[in-house]
Design a protein around this ligand. Sequence first.
Ligand code: HEC
Ligand code: HEC
Length: 390
Amino acid sequence: MNTVTTSFLLFSIKISVFLLFVSFSTLAIDIEKLRALYDQPSEFWPPAEIDEGIHAKEIGLLEKISFPKENSFTEEKLRLGEQLFHDGRLSRSQQIACVSCHDSDLGWGDGRRTSFGHNLQKGKRNAPTIENVGYGKHFFWDGRAATLEQQALMPLQDPVEMNFTLPELEERLSQIPEYKKAFKAAFGDENITAKKIGQALATYQRTIVSRLSRFDLFLMATAKNVKSDEKKKNLKMSDQAILGMHLFRTKARCMNCHNGPTFSDQKLHNIGLTYYKRKYQDFGQYNVTKNPNDVGKFKTPSLRGVMNNKPWMHNGLFSNMRGLLNLYNGGVSRPKKDPNDPLSPVTSKLIKPLLLTKEEILALEEFLKAITAPPALGPSRKYIQLIDEN
Ligand code: HEC
Ligand code: HEC
């Protein structure tokens, strides 16, 4: 090798080391800048990138839960609901309780792809968490229940879940003296009806609220302006999680649907998981409304605690978060509408390829971890909003 080539080689090595250093330091500066931007109340955050016509509430701390007037909160109703939730006698076999499929140790889901119910029959859908259902506007993946009171009576009667009938249930519980007492305490008389069972179960479930996540602690520290305690704040949200939060609100487009304090717009969308004419075909909301525009639409799930609740999606087919995020990154699946087939599914316009880098995918995953606290241990009373009757 002659000297000219050697010195040229050395020169280019120097240049690349220099460039590498520059790119690393700009990255470092970007994160610092980003952290400074997010280190202030959310009204001063960089604006979220939301598509036209979409109304997205800012992500943030959970608010109090308002209980409906027809089923206001009482401690006695909560305790009765808790007892019912854990009681296998609510099923025909006396073996399956609500808690069998909504177990706090498993993020208030059941950790399975789809649930096993009566006689070990397998259902079609993944058991969602019941954390934060008190903020919900409709229930089940396809939104088919309008209230929690109504929802609670559906698994009881579902032949592949608890496989019971309401008259038989009323009859069975009326034989149990402790229940007579508990219904009297909660409702003023010991008459046991399905309606009251639904009300007590709903009251209990409304008190199951996520614990504070690192994201919440970060927001609380920011609100209190705890500038002196920078280190603590960094522990709460790593640089990667801050970047992930920024991407969630901007380039990754998540906030178009996963918005507000629960990270759900409470709407139903087709994100491309209809599996049309395939083994896992599920028409979602169409089964309820019979409107072809609703084919493959499912409720946007809350993402609080999402890392506790795998596998994911209505069919539980996703057990690897990075894989799930890569799927979003590629634009999921957007088949062409067949003009001659009204039932051929149409993916929401909000789903598009995202062009996220590998680092950005990792950052998004870090953010999902930061909004996941350990599962709620049981009722949390601090979110209960008591209605002032006067
Ligand atoms: C055999 C398992 C199983 C049992 C038992 C069971 N569930 Fe579920 N639960 C599920 C599955 C699966 C879904 C989702 C079904 C769907 O969306 O079609 C679900 C959905 C729900 C939802 C809706 C959550 C949301 O975000 O929309 C609530 C609330 C709920 N169950 C409460 C209960 C209550 C209360 C009981 C007892 C009366 C109960 N479940 C018993 C499996 C079960
Ligand atoms: C068009 C609205 C929309 C957008 C945009 C969107 N999601 Fe979703 N998301 C949904 C719906 C609807 C589901 C449930 C779909 C199903 O089960 O078929 C879902 C499910 C999920 C789940 C599974 C949760 C569970 O409990 O099973 C995760 C995780 C998730 N989304 C994360 C994200 C992230 C991260 C982004 C941004 C990259 C994003 N989503 C963008 C609507 C959306």
